[in-house]
Design a protein around this ligand. Structure first.
Ligand SMILES: C[S@@+](CC[C@H](N)C(=O)[O-])C[C@H]1O[C@@H](n2cnc3c(N)ncnc32)[C@H](O)[C@@H]1O
Length: 279
């Protein structure tokens, strides 16, 4: 990233190694929770520098239980990125993965449930950033669809909920093509039979922590315009690049494990060229 020009990237969307000692085949990714901020600081400075002034940085990350309690490094990092690097927190998103398998916590002996979500923190570099809600609207629920078809019950012009929320607003009841999806993104991470997994099996290499294409798409569609440049400095299997390409954005992916770079390149070739050409 040090060689990239300043202010050249529209969106940095990435999931760095978490401080959970997962093995990515390279020593440098075994980061201790207490050392995480120190490890991430030079990367954060580069991310800030290469982003355009109206660019965004989306950080997918999760934490870890250490000595019986959830370690605070994720929250400390968010504060650090804002107070020391210069980012602004736009929204903290929860990626809820309903397909999280049961694990040691599910036996109930550790005083907590399994963790079935991760965080996606959306940061801006300045007070202006690209955001397109229409690209990520979700289909209206049944009730809203009825109201829009004029079949709803009740008077929508005088609608004050018991919670005192006032829905007495014409705009809320107009058809915008779908509803605001909110800040909980539900996507099951079930990618064990996809192109990349098959390539991994063929080559005897595994990648332990990929995010789903739909998650990347949520931020690429809403956070950039067509033709934008999306950077993933911890690209792994190339999910960000795949989603960027599908959605007419340009991309740059970096990973320190050359095997993953080769696999991601092969994945791109299969997904987009039927394996005929290198990408
Ligand atoms: C959580 S994974 C990213 C997975 C990716 N989002 C995907 O969907 O495949 C983190 C990646 O960071 C890579 N990595 C670890 N340390 C790195 C470093 N210092 N610079 C670049 N990549 C690194 C690992 O090899 C791993 O592929």
């Amino acid at each position: 990233m040090k060689d990239f020009p300043s202010k050249s990237i529209d969106l940095v969307l990435t999931s760095p190694p978490y401080a959970d000692q997962r093995d990515y085949g390279i020593e440098t990714s075994l980061i201790l929770p207490d050392e995480y901020i120190q490890w991430f600081t030079p990367k954060a400075h580069q991310i800030y520098r290469v982003l355009k002034d109206d660019g965004s940085f989306v950080l997918n990350i999760s934490d870890k239980v250490v000595d019986g309690f959830q370690h605070l490094y994720v929250f400390e990092l968010v504060v650090y990125l804002c107070k020391n690097i210069g980012f602004n927190l736009v929204r903290d998103y929860i990626w809820y993965n309903p397909a999280t398998p049961p694990n040691v916590y599910s036996r109930g002996g550790f005083g907590r449930t399994k963790k079935s979500h991760e965080y996606c923190f959306w940061f801006s570099k300045s007070a202006e950033w690209t955001f397109n809600l229409d690209s990520i609207r979700k289909p209206y629920g049944r009730d809203m669809q009825k109201y829009l078809q004029g079949k709803g019950k009740g008077d929508r012009t005088q609608n004050v909920r018991p919670s005192t929320h006032n829905f007495n607003c014409e705009k809320i009841w107009t058809d915008n093509g779908g509803s605001d999806p909110g800040s909980v993104i539900e996507i099951g991470n079930t990618n064990s039979n996809d192109t990349f997994s098959k390539l991994c099996k063929e080559r005897g290499i595994a990648h332990p922590a990929r995010f789903p294409e739909k998650l990347a798409e949520f931020f690429i569609l809403s956070g950039t315009k067509e033709g934008a440049i999306v950077l993933d400095p911890f690209a792994g299997s190339g999910t960000t690049a795949i989603s960027a390409t599908r959605n007419q954005r340009k991309w740059i992916g970096i990973d320190s494990n050359p095997d993953y770079c080769d696999l991601a390149t092969a994945r791109m070739a299969i997904e987009f060229d039927g394996g005929e050409n290198d990408v």
